[in-house]
Design a protein around this ligand. Sequence first.
Ligand code: MYR
Length: 177
Amino acid sequence: MRFLPALIEWQNAELFTLTYGAIVRQLLTDLEEVDEVNKQLDQMGYNIGVRLVDEFLAKSNVNRCVDFRETAEVIAKVGFKMFLGVTASVTNWDAEGTTCSIILEDNPLVDFVELPDTCQGLYYCNILSGVIRGALEMVSMKTEVTWLRDMLRGDDVFELQVKLLKQVPEEYPYKDD
Ligand code: MYR
């Protein structure tokens, strides 16, 4: 599944949004259970994320981050811009600097989307949490990514909580020169 990078071409954004909507709709038809659809979207995102990170590191020229705070800022400011065409902000840090929220006020995935009553348990944008989890795992960060707010559920913004569970530096596949 290589459709996220299509967003680099911003004029493809509308097509991407509609394609994503069609995928979610198909999953709802095939899987019937909303929880299963949430899981499947997360898994799809994860699979994309583990591949996307190479492209991200190659194109963005970002340096290795010194800590998780910097990593979160890079995701919000550079990653979201590169793959979704919007920037997000990072807030709600815990004292340890291992949990934060990424706030998305503008989310092209949900243009034209309105959830019917039968889909109230759906995390429509679950692909995004999977992408972040997969990408971070490739740079040795095990994370848990959870939706705290969702505009499709009547919230004012999208809020993704990213919790760093474990960091495994020796598995980091990129060497500093
Ligand atoms: C580091 O910590 O050394 C840099 C790691 C940066 C990882 C960035 C992953 C980018 C993920 C993009 C998410 C886009 C969601 C649409």
